[in-house]
Design a binder for this molecule. Sequence first.
Ligand code: ATP
Length: 221
Amino acid sequence: MKKEFVVIGLGRFGGSICRALAEQGMDVMAIDQDEDKVNEFLDIATHTVIANTTDESVLKNLGIRNFDHVIVAIGEDIQSSILTTLMLKEMGVNHITVKAQNDYHEKVLRKIGANHVVHPERDMGKRIAHYIVSNNVLDYLELSDEYSIVEIAVNSLLIGHSLIELDVRAKYGLNIVAIKRGKDIIVSPQADDYLEEGDILIVIGADSDINRFEKKVMTVD
Ligand code: ATP
């Protein structure tokens, strides 16, 4: 069955989520209190609504609790973001994702039961810092405060070596969960798999260990 989403707040963040969900063929209800913003989504979203979501009766009349997932993308107005999230939670909405403006905002959102709190500016800043520090880091995904997954392009120090020779598990506490080789993905690579030029390692581990690995082996090339 098709999933149904609500996006509240159609700024850059909420707007791009709304577009991406629509492109994936999902049903999206797009809500903003600003009529001009809503008009931009008339041909994109399945339904559009001009409303202030801090008004509980608005949320009830829209039957919001019947949607699978509500994304609260109200940024600047932290009070509205918190109040909207609280009411969605009280109404029993299944899954709520909220954009946080800062750490205090994030803390409150977690306390009132947001299922997923995102911090796009901060998270993107972290990802970009990884690309900047090492040319070999192609992508970076934070799993928790301490653990991440990174995609690392192999360099001349790694090409021609087997995984057992590199022994990143013992030396760095990292796990190579897959190797991307052209269009193929070698899942759970074996100790005697040799690395080839163009390979991309998908590595999981603690941030401190990933940083050590990046510094030690990836700063060449
Ligand atoms: P972005 O960085 O994603 O562009 P932002 O973090 O600067 O956005 P805002 O522009 O403050 O966030 O808010 C995003 C949208 O949320 C705006 O279009 C605004 O009109 C809308 N919005 C703010 N408060 C409410 C509310 N109570 N009900 C509905 N929409 C709201």
